[in-house]
Design a protein around this ligand. Sequence first.
Ligand code: S3P
Length: 449
Amino acid sequence: MSSHGTIIPMTSHKCGPLSGVAEVPGDKSISHRALIFGALAVGETKITGLLEGEDVLDTAKAMRAFGAEVTQHGPGEWSVHGVGVGGFAEPENVIDCGNSGTGVRLIMGVMATQPITATFTGDASLNKRPMGRITDPVALFGAASYGREGGRLPMTIVGAANPTPATYTVPMPSAQVKSAVLLAGLNAPGQTVVIEKEATRDHTERMLAGFGAEVSVEETEEGRVITLTGQPELKPQEIAVPRDPSSAAFPVCAAVIVPGSEITVPGVSLNSTRNGLYTTLVEMGADIAFENAREEGGEPVADLRVKHAPLKGVEVPPERAASMIDEYPILSVVASFAEGKTTMRGVKELRVKESDRIDAMARGLEANGIITEEDEDTLIVHGMGAGGVPGGGTCQSHLDHRIAMSFMCLGMAANNPVSVDDGSPIATSFPVFEPLMTQLGAKVVRDEI
Ligand code: S3P
């Protein structure tokens, strides 16, 4: 069950060809950042195309609790009256970030260098996830944190009253950690330097520069070195949130595996820190045309025309992991319909997402007759070819939206229906998943409890 609702068991039945246009919602990463950075600017930031999923709505509530004025004007249309860098008020109550790792980690980073105390919590999934990856670096700025064993939420952060800037090498490929450190650096005088060995999604760097912060990025032998000058005055922006490539992945992959399909997914971001799935699908033999390449909301985008095609298994190199980290669950579904095995290496970060995604996918695929192998850092799926996937299993979504949507896509092309115990987490990132997929021709139904 998502933190906002009741359990929704769902089943996906084999369907005919998918066709039509899939207009997926706004990007989750950019939506969180638009609200948070808007709250740190002086004046009114206007946002269009905001993702109105539960994760982002929880961030909107949190920004209000820290003193920003956040208003919805129409579908996807929002404004944020910010309080300025260092201007957060102390929240009166516990901040509940629901299912959202991005929300809680970025907000902890921001408040860690302000003279306020805040306590954070989340749903059963978020409260299991590691927060030491944030509390370790924010301690360098002078913040103190008190959480549950293993650095878990609920957790209280006492922000540094006199923060000092820090230099930090991010130990794992994580845009959330990189972003939290940069956001802590915003209210520290002088330069904060973040080094990432592998490039991760770069929305924070791009958007902070757009809001007027001084941010430089240098590619060095050590990795990407990002330098931020603290205590800027952020200027309010007009932000058009582009569509989410991680949500687009579901209709795209469904069309790739359902015979006879042909769909268009307009405005998909091809930002090189996000587009690893599309590279992999093309290597597998997917028929994807990238049309009308252009820029939208500061991101390179194209309209994707996707047709069903026979697929072959591939080796996905570990260096591609960061650019498709959220897409491995749906890729493992696509791999089930390929000829031969698909090996995904360098994916151990999947174990600390909304669920242990290696385990959740392996168990769910096995329940549907697909052979998998795994180790700490690897997932292997033995493809059964188009038409060869038995299906017929019930999978657990483990409070993880991407696991639930992946298994619903599996059911669209498997020989027997595929069920998930709880599809309610889908609302965290893709609230219109069911109507959108139904309109394309999918048969996804809610089961009686
Ligand atoms: C995100 C970063 C990634 C990704 C998440 C969104 C972000 O998490 O999985 O869905 O917006 O910064 P990690 O930083 O844990 O890799």
